[in-house]
Design a protein around this ligand. Structure first.
Ligand code: AMP
Length: 564
């Protein structure tokens, strides 16, 4: 196996990597570092998050920068604040023995004047999110005239988030750029287009298969009826007592509702969504990293850039519409050589979508039985016994209590004591799962399942409702009986939206629930939204006239004067 020394890196970097505990380069590092050190101008690295790509571009960058020149020479652009901070943190670790190199993180939601001050101190490397960087360029607070190296990290994410124009703006504002290094987990046509336009004969390196997910991930799915989705989620969490995971929902409202319900039922969970202020978000993330939260529930947008080690499970509360979103979700687990499980809770009509995802991911998806109540209890029992056996008694002064304990329990057998300990721990579970039903939807019981679903209609949880209409690949999740309106909006796929993110955007803006929506038609420039007539005005009021990326949003009733 090759070592960092053999890659031709500066000795100080080799020393730093070894102090960080990196022993061997990961495949992307092994392939990219020599190429980048050899003076290759442009490079496309197709690699998932968690493969070590940050080091793959940061180490050669630090090797070739002019340390004595105190102006920005390298620009790393990435989609989110979290990723931005993560990259800076890694670079700070790598440059430990290169005191002359300065790096700054530039991202929205933090004081711009402090960032300007940091830039003025003479930095060679700027790590930035697109929006804030453009702000700085327009204020002439950052000088990109001498930038030689531009790295686009998680390029597909940036495009998904609607940063295409911003990226082009940035590339156009780096006039003497010599090298562009683009890293992406997937290679959608929009990225090809950017690379064709701005890169010169790039060397392409693929780690694993392009558009595939990490092979360390076990993909599992559970089939239930829409009304049992929440119950299934709970059961799967209970079946995995040591879980440390992220649950993904499509909308902010779902994330919030489920987090509230699970918290009420005693689970360590919190939600991450677009409504949180930065300090609230930081607090949730800190608790999750510290493991005082066992579970995080998040929307895709809110979870971007999160890099938390040792996530055991990613759970898709609902399947995402886009395969790429699935790849990004599942990529939160199985990082840096560890293994992880990506669970999808689906209902039988979603099998076709699962097949589509499976085809592109090119990894086996294992259909699993939703555990019975008994299974859950057994699993919890074993977990508890394990915990009991491994309990650390070396610290406290337990010995001094032993005589007292012996005296107190003198008349009770060991079996009795164990039973009582178990009862204390398990009463809640045993009671809850005593009469727990079978949540699996099995082949051949469609009619019963349908009846079951219909019966559950009144009872069904709001968060489950939107599922019922997804048919034939078209989104039609009408869950209201009354009149509908069709709204026009001047936002489309060219704004970087795909259906799921667009849906989330309009719901988040309007504070409506997805049950009010029907079919959504997206075109490049405009979209049409079917909506419960009663909710139409609220949606128009919330969106019409608001700004999106500096452009005024127009929304109106499509059938009364709207453009078609
Ligand atoms: P990335 O894909 O850059 O987000 O990296 C994923 C994680 O792997 C980060 O936490 C890195 O610190 C870690 N990592 C990167 N390269 C190596 C390596 N060669 N050996 C061990 N850990 C690494």
């Amino acid at each position: 196996m090759i070592t960092f020394e053999q890659l031709g890196l500066d000795d100080r970097l080799v020393k730093a990597t070894s102090e960080l505990g990196y022993i061997h380069p990961t495949p992307i590092q092994e392939q990219a570092i020599p190429v980048l050190l050899s003076g290759t101008k442009d490079l496309i690295g197709l690699a998932q998050t968690g493969t070590g790509k940050t080091a793959a571009f940061s180490l050669p960058l630090l090797s070739i920068l002019k340390e004595d020149k105190k102006y920005p020479q390298a620009l790393i652009v990435c989609p989110t604040r979290e990723l931005c901070l993560q990259i800076v943190k890694e670079i700070v670790g790598f440059k430990k023995f290169m005191k002359e190199i300065n790096v700054v993180a530039v991202y929205g939601g933090a004081s711009i004047s402090l960032q300007i001050r940091d830039i003025k101190r003479g930095v060679q490397v700027i790590v930035a999110t697109p929006g804030r960087l453009i702000d700085l360029i327009e204020r002439k607070a950052v000088n990109l005239e001498k930038i030689q190296y531009v790295v686009l990290d998680e390029a597909d994410e940036m495009l998904n988030m609607g940063f295409q124009d911003d990226i082009e703006f940035i590339l156009n504002n780096t006039p003497i750029r010599e090298s562009t290094w683009l890293f992406s987990a997937t290679m959608p046509p929009a990225i090809r287009k950017v690379s064709k336009k701005y890169m010169d004969n790039p060397v392409e390196i693929t780690v694993g298969k392009a558009n595939t997910v990490n092979t360390n991930i076990d993909h599992q799915y559970y089939v239930t009826s829409a009304q049992h989705r929440y119950e299934t989620l709970k059961r799967l969490i209970d079946f995995n007592p040591g879980i440390y995971g992220i649950i993904f929902t499509r909308t902010k409202a779902d994330a919030q509702n489920i987090a509230e319900k699970l918290t009420r039922e005693g689970y360590d969970i919190d939600a991450l969504h677009g409504d949180l202020t930065q300090p609230q978000r930081d607090r949730v993330m800190k608790q999750f990293r510290d493991r005082s939260l066992q579970l995080l529930i998040a929307t895709d947008v809110a979870a971007r850039g999160i890099d938390v080690k040792e996530i055991t499970h990613v759970i898709n509360y609902e399947l995402p519409d886009d395969v790429e979103v699935y790849t990004h979700r599942s990529g939160r687990t199985g990082r840096a050589g560890s293994t992880g499980i990506c669970i999808s809770i689906i209902h039988s009509r979603e099998s076709y979508r699962l097949k589509q995802i499976q085809k592109i991911v090119q990894a086996p998806f294992n259909k699993m039985e939703i555990p019975s109540g008994k299974d859950v209890c057994r699993k919890q029992f074993f977990y508890f016994m394990d915990k009991l056996l491994k309990a650390d008694v070396s610290h406290g002064d337990y010995e001094s209590y032993v005589p007292m304990l012996e005296e107190r329990f003198a008349d009770i057998s060991k079996e009795e004591v164990l039973k009582r300990v178990a009862a204390l721990e398990f009463d809640r579970f045993l009671q809850y799962y005593e009469n727990a039903g079978d949540l699996n939807v099995r082949q051949g019981e469609n009619r019963a399942d349908r009846r079951d679903r219909q019966m559950g209609r009144e009872r069904s949880d709001h968060s489950d409702r939107g599922e019922r209409g997804a048919r034939n690949g078209k989104r039609d999740n009408r869950d209201f009986q009354g009149e509908t309106a069709r709204l026009f909006i001047n936002i489309g796929t060219k704004d970087g939206f795909y259906k799921a993110s667009f849906l989330q955007f309009i719901l988040d803006m309007s504070d409506l629930r997805k049950e009010v929506l029907g079919r959504i038609d997206m075109k490049e420039m405009n979209s049409w939204v079917e909506i419960d007539k009663k909710a139409a005005n609220q949606m128009i009021r919330s969106l019409d006239g608001k700004k999106f990326k500096g452009r005024k949003i127009r929304m109106n009733d499509a059938d009364s004067g709207g453009r078609r």
